[in-house]
Design a protein around this ligand. Structure first.
Ligand code: ADP
Length: 319
């Protein structure tokens, strides 16, 4: 393999830049040319491709977002779209691809692999919803952003003795809500992986209020539903003064934490190593602090789950 490409696709995540840097530098370290493809699969179809050098990825390890930009591309889900992408890869002489993104991006990578273009996936998403890795790039940074926001909300919640419903991201996964809830002592954490009895939530709130709690924090993962609707139901059922905050896209930005930079550097470099070793159609990940790789489809067919022991602990500690 003499030339490889790298792209970021789907929702962006802090740490993607550190992963791009690792891919570029590791490829050049192995005397392999590396090409950056801008705007994900859309850029691949459009031929938005340029050669990257050691200096192309200077001063980005600490930056959020992605230097290669990201996009969603419906056309790439079609045969014709994939064929157009392959034409571009041929034109540039690119032999293999590192795809940094989430599960949708990996399905696209699998399609290219099946058509003779070896791809390796690097999990970059704040949602932590990729099976086969304990952590995805961006999760730790998003978590810290949420914690900072909750700490601030907590101050004003105490001053005014209010109940706060805070909606966090995560798509269909509850990891961000669970980890943030445990880290910030939320009274209630609603995650899509576990059905919650609304009356239990209300009773818990009332009990807390009766024993003199100055405020309550309820974390709602977006996969459960709207924080505003839930807040309205709480208000009607408890008569407590209730406010709702939807943290939104602040969770997707910001300078990556040390943990995300280290993870991104390790996973990006690992992706290059296994691509050059001749493997294809794999996703890299980290399990028990060891770098691993799994077949893309086998990994994506597994159901994402949350750590129920952690959930139980969060409930026990916030009574
Ligand atoms: P994420 O990678 O964050 O899960 P998406 O699900 O939006 O984000 O996927 C990103 C892009 O990957 C899509 O816009 C599309 O170009 C490509 N993609 C998604 N699913 C497929 C598929 N089944 N086949 C080919 N390409 C796909």
């Amino acid at each position: 393999m003499k030339k490889i490409g790298v792209l970021t696709s789907g929702g962006d995540a802090p740490g993607m830049n550190a992963a791009i840097r690792a891919v570029v530098r590791k490829a050049i370290y192995h005397n392999v040319e590396v090409y950056g493809i801008k705007y994900g699969y859309q850029g691949l179809i459009d031929g938005n491709i340029e050669k990257m050098e050691l200096g192309s990825v200077g001063d980005i390890i600490q930056r959020g977002g992605t230097k290669l930009y990201s996009a969603r591309c419906e056309e790439f889900k079609t045969e014709e779209g994939q064929q157009k992408g392959i034409e571009q890869l041929k034109k540039h002489g690119i032999d293999g691809l590192v795809v940094i993104g989430g599960d949708g991006s990996f399905r696209g990578a699998k399609k290219l692999t099946e058509k003779g273009y070896p791809c390796i996936g690097v999990p970059g998403t704040i949602d932590n919803d990729i099976p086969g890795t304990d952590f995805t790039i961006g999760f730790d940074t998003a978590l810290n952003t949420i914690i900072e926001a909750i700490d601030k909300i907590r101050d004003t919640a105490t001053s005014h003795e209010r109940t706060y419903v805070i909606e966090v991201m995560g798509r269909d996964a509850g990891d961000l809500a669970l980890w943030a809830g445990l880290a910030d002592g939320a009274e209630t954490i609603l995650v899509p992986e576990r059905e919650e009895n609304f009356d239990d939530v209300v009773q818990r709130l009332k009990r807390g209020h009766e024993r003199g709690k100055k405020h309550s924090i309820i974390l709602v993962a977006e996969g459960v539903g709207s924080g505003f609707e839930f807040g309205q139901r709480i208000k009607e059922a408890t008569d407590l003064e209730t406010r709702v905050t939807v943290l939104g896209h602040t969770q997707r930005g910001g300078s990556p934490t040390a943990a995300d930079r280290v993870l991104a550097s390790r996973l990006g470099a690992k992706a290059v190593d296994i691509l050059l070793s001749g493997k294809a159609g794999r996703i890299v990940g980290i399990q028990n602090n060891q770098l691993v790789d799994h077949d893309i489809i086998e990994a994506l067919n597994q159901k994402h789950s949350i750590d129920m022991e952690m959930y139980q602990l969060s409930q026990e500690l916030s009574i």
